[in-house]
Design a protein around this ligand. Structure first.
Ligand SMILES: Cc1cc2nc3c(=O)[nH]c(=O)nc-3n(C[C@H](O)[C@H](O)[C@H](O)COP(=O)(O)OP(=O)(O)OC[C@H]3O[C@@H](n4cnc5c(N)ncnc54)[C@H](O)[C@@H]3O)c2cc1C
Length: 494
């Protein structure tokens, strides 16, 4: 995602609003005091519930990590999620430190039919990982990743962030597909599919997932893979958080030289037509090693720009040759493609997309970049520094996986096309959302389905999952018949 102006506008404010980083805590936190014997909460279907404080205390005593209630000094920090638009207050926050903690919290919630949110990295655009008056099962203290060079595997705990995954793998000269902002959670990212700058060569994150440990709604801890409970393993690869709480992900890693030919080329918006038309006729023949995709944005000074972000995962001399026709195009304002450490690209948007930014995004999947789509992109562009159009380039290995081999429903797409932006002032919400939608709706006729992970509004899961939906519903009925895990793009149990 390369939205330079959105990035720059967001920088100062996002630093000011950064989420407090809470230290790990292994001591038991007090869960409840006072004369009242119960806590008000809500059930899965929104009915009022009274939670016995004694039962909450018992949950706290069963866990290694703390259970936080409103008024606890860590409560406000723990309930905050990435998107500053969501200010919700769970009845309790179970800060898990082990798989057993997760199992205890899940059982507590299921037995009471308590509204349940599961927080990995907290980056859900619609804020699905936090709820009002329910339980938040918080995995953010379960955040470590280890990499095994001989086995070429990484093991990421359920609340790990992408930075930890990249860092652990790169230290061993290895890598796997991870997204473009490094404080995003491995959990939600992977369960929704997982697009990144290496997905043309190695596939999506789910294509590299070899096994997982999951706590299902019955509280049982399961190891799932192609050999073990294969239906459930199929479902979690694209089906989001519908099937349980994943406490560990096992990824395949690939040998990788972290010094990569990469960067961005920027042209003035007046050259957007030439650049996008060229791209539309060029991208189909690119090698899997070449990741390149367009974005359109406006700098804070009002200068409109079209950007191509490039990562070439291979011999730089070959990459340079492959990129040459694009570099020769028009009169770029800047050409920053050069040899640089992979983590420069993987972290370059971290501050711009800092915690607390108020952000709205919509997207759709595109199977072909036609002349009509290019014309629509030019026509739809809005010169507002808060907003941008961006892409996640797919194709290559991500496209060669069979449509129903995993639950991820968009294998025929060449790219994901997103529109939206971010701002800090709540007064900007209405116009920011309205303009994002205006821009997006002009492109919607060229889209089929959407990537649930990068969408504020979402739509009915049924339509988006296409032919995978019936199987997903059957598996949901088997592992979560009461729909405990419903704060996601929800799959109704069959
Ligand atoms: C700034 C930014 C950049 C992004 N860049 C990319 C990108 O490059 N590529 C890409 O594909 N996506 C990207 N995304 C989208 C991202 O993949 C989703 O927002 C994803 O849901 C984030 O996961 P999370 O764990 O941080 O989120 P959370 O808000 O914690 O969770 C999101 C959903 O997943 C569930 N969940 C999370 N962890 C677990 C778990 N361990 N077990 C079960 N359920 C779980 C939650 O219950 C919730 O329903 C980006 C998002 C943001 C905000």
């Amino acid at each position: 995602m390369n939205r330079r102006s959105f990035c720059r506008t967001a920088i100062a404010a996002s630093v000011a609003a950064a989420i407090p980083i809470l230290p790990g805590c292994s001591k038991k936190a007090p869960v409840a005091t006072g004369a009242d014997t119960s806590i008000r909460a809500i059930s899965l279907d929104g009915a009022e519930l009274e939670l016995e404080k004694a039962a909450v205390r018992e949950l706290g005593e069963s866990m290694t990590g703390p259970v936080l209630l409103s008024g606890h000094p860590e409560y406000d920090g723990a309930r905050m999620v990435w998107n500053g638009m969501h200010d919700r207050r769970p009845a309790l926050i179970a800060r898990c430190m082990s798989t057993e903690d997760v199992s205890n919290a899940v059982t507590f919630a299921r037995e009471r039919e308590l509204l349940t949110a599961v927080r990995g990295g907290g980056h859900s655009w619609p804020g699905k990982s936090v709820c009002d008056d329910g339980i938040m099962i918080d995995l953010s203290l379960m955040n470590t990743v280890s990499a095994d060079a001989d086995a070429r595997r990484a093991h990421a705990r359920g609340g790990a962030l992408l930075n930890a995954l990249d860092t652990a793998a790169l230290e061993k000269g290895l890598v796997t597909t991870a997204g473009v902002v490094s404080h995003t959670g491995v959990g939600g990212f992977t369960l929704g599919g997982g697009m990144g700058r290496l997905n043309r060569k190695y596939g999506l994150a789910i294509d590299n997932l070899r096994s997982a440990q999951i706590v299902t709604a019955d509280g049982i801890v399961r190891r799932i893979s192609d050999q073990d409970e294969a239906d459930l393993f199929w479902a979690v690869r694209g089906g989001g958080g519908n099937f349980g709480v994943v406490t560990e992900f096992e990824f395949e890693l690939h040998p990788f030289d972290r010094n990569v030919f990469s960067g961005s080329i920027i042209w003035p918006i007046a050259e957007a037509k030439d650049v996008l038309e060229f791209y539309g006729g060029w991208y189909q023949d690119l090698s899997d090693a070449m990741y390149v995709g367009p974005a359109m944005a406006t700098m804070p000074d009002g200068t409109g720009i079209v950007i191509m972000e490039v990562v070439y995962n291979g011999d730089p001399a070959i990459g340079e040759k492959e990129l040459e026709p694009l570099r020769k195009l028009g009169t770029p304002i800047d050409d920053g493609v050069k040899m640089q450490d992979y983590m420069v690209m993987q972290t370059q948007e971290d501050v711009a997309f800092g915690h607390g930014v108020r952000s709205y995004i919509k997207n759709g999947m595109v199977s072909e970049i036609t002349q009509d789509l290019v014309d629509a992109m030019i026509d739809a562009y809005i010169d507002d520094p808060r907003l941008a159009m961006f892409t996640h380039t797919l194709g290559g290995a991500a496209k060669r996986v069979g449509e129903l081999d995993t639950a991820f429903p968009h294998r025929n797409a060449e790219t994901m096309l997103g529109v939206g932006g971010g701002w800090m002032d709540p007064a900007d919400d209405e116009s920011g959302i309205a303009k994002s939608r205006e821009w997006y709706y002009k492109l919607e006729p060229f889209m089929g389905g959407y990537y649930d992970n990068i969408d504020f509004d979402g739509a009915a899961a049924a339509g988006n999952y296409g032919p995978a939906y019936d199987r997903l519903r059957t598996i949901k009925a088997q592992y979560d018949p009461g729909n405990l895990f419903r704060l996601n793009s929800n799959i109704e149990p069959a």
